[in-house]
Write a protein that binds this ligand. Sequence first.
Ligand code: 5GP
Length: 208
Amino acid sequence: MNFLEEKILHEGTIKAGNVLKIDSFLNHQIDIDIMRQLANEIKRRFKGKEVNKILTIEASGIAIATMLASMYDVPVVFAKKSETANSTDNKYVAHAYSFTHKTMNNVFVSKPYLQADDKVLIVDDFLADGQAMHALIDIVHQAGGAVVGLAVAVEKGQQNGGKLLRDEGYHLESIAIVESMDWETQTIKFRKQTKHVSDTYNLKLVDE
Ligand code: 5GP
């Protein structure tokens, strides 16, 4: 089991509606040591790839993205969310349905912050249906930049986003992949990642 899977087992809770809550170290309070380990592991998995910008989406992706950017010594750009900003004046705009808020958002990046010669590593906290990732990819392509790869802390493998993105040919790295989770029993099962991660566990979560 890797450091992130262990942390999820100890501090995560499963909420109704297929939501994993990890507020104690990522989505509300931020555990800097875990962020450092995440950034290290992501950088290791993209070894040899040239990256000159990290792109994420507000809010929870920013912590991981910032730590990673400090390791590459490159800027972080975060896409902003808005339900109203339709204007494309000086912005790249894409659409994403929010899994957690159940709303359709426009997400945007101001044009000066993404360029055609950018080699972008896109990072987020969770990957579920892939809406946020697809919006960020769309924005990089609108700018004429290249997507070097995609990295998330937690992929919910029981949803389709990861499969879609891999089928589209993107290099996607997920530090923990949830195979299944059950709200009533508070159990979670991680997918074995043959290249990187040790084993598959099915343990009881510690509830709050
Ligand atoms: P997607 O766009 O892939 O459907 O969902 C990814 C986005 O929704 C992430 O940016 C994340 O903020 C949020 N999200 C999706 N599933 C979960 C979850 O189980 N827990 C938390 N905390 N956020 C989630």
